[in-house]
Design a protein around this ligand. Structure first.
Ligand code: FMN
Length: 197
């Protein structure tokens, strides 16, 4: 299978980076064709500018490459920390520029864009791995877990991917080495489960 993996974290010593490495190793071991992108490392430009807003046209080769890969992906894995209840800006810009009309969704010809679109992504499953420093109870009671709404409803359901799995690892700042090792084992098992040999 063609699997796209997107990491949005600026620091290689981070737990997010460890998740990314585990994901890549597991997919590779299972024989998949992996399209891996560390957005900060490749200096992905997240700014949707000018007429690209109107028609999606761009000469940015990296954006064009991402669009092509995502269209052909059989599976998708996204890894990022919770920053203000949102993905880091670089990943927000990736969604703005890559998941465009004609790539990830389309409206019927007589629809002005206010209707319900047809999802175009053919990926069988999408996984989102997140990290945060807020205990689960406070996240639900006070913030309402906005990342779940963003990824499940606003993005993947909209683009036609219903088989969605999201896992938030928390609380990273006070976690022990043993906990983090167990979390990485869970990452491996989840990837094995969704994208087996
Ligand atoms: C700009 C910024 C905003 C953050 N906002 C949140 C937040 O809204 N909720 C939360 O639980 N943690 C928040 N954090 C903490 C990060 O989620 C946490 O540092 C990260 O998940 C730890 O994983 P890492 O070691 O891989 O960076 C924020 C951190 C930064 C730098």
């Amino acid at each position: 299978m063609n699997i796209s993996v997107i990491l949005a974290h600026p620091y290689q010593e981070s737990f997010n980076y460890a998740i990314y490495q585990t994901v890549l190793k597991t997919l590779d071991g299972n024989g998949h064709r992996v399209f891996a992108h560390n957005l900060y490392e490749e200096e992905f430009n997240p700014l949707l500018m000018g007429t690209e807003l109107l028609n999606g046209e761009t000469s940015d080769p990296l954006v064009l490459q991402h669009r092509e890969e995502i269209k052909n992906a059989d599976g998708l894995i996204i890894i990022h920390p919770n920053w203000w209840g949102q993905p880091p800006a670089i990943l927000k810009g990736w969604t703005d520029r890559v998941l465009r009309s004609g790539v990830a969704y389309d409206f019927a010809e007589d629809d002005d864009g206010s209707g319900v679109p047809e999802g175009l992504l053919k990926a069988k499953a999408a996984i989102v791995f997140n990290t945060s420093n807020t205990p689960a109870e406070r996240e639900m009671d006070v913030f309402g877990d906005p990342l779940e709404r963003i990824w499940r409803d606003c993005i993947f359901d909209f683009c036609g991917i219903e088989n969605f799995h999201r896992r938030m690892f928390r609380v990273v700042v006070s976690s022990t080495l043993e906990e983090r090792q167990k979390w990485l084992e869970e990452v491996q098992k989840t990837v094995d489960n969704y994208f087996p040999k």
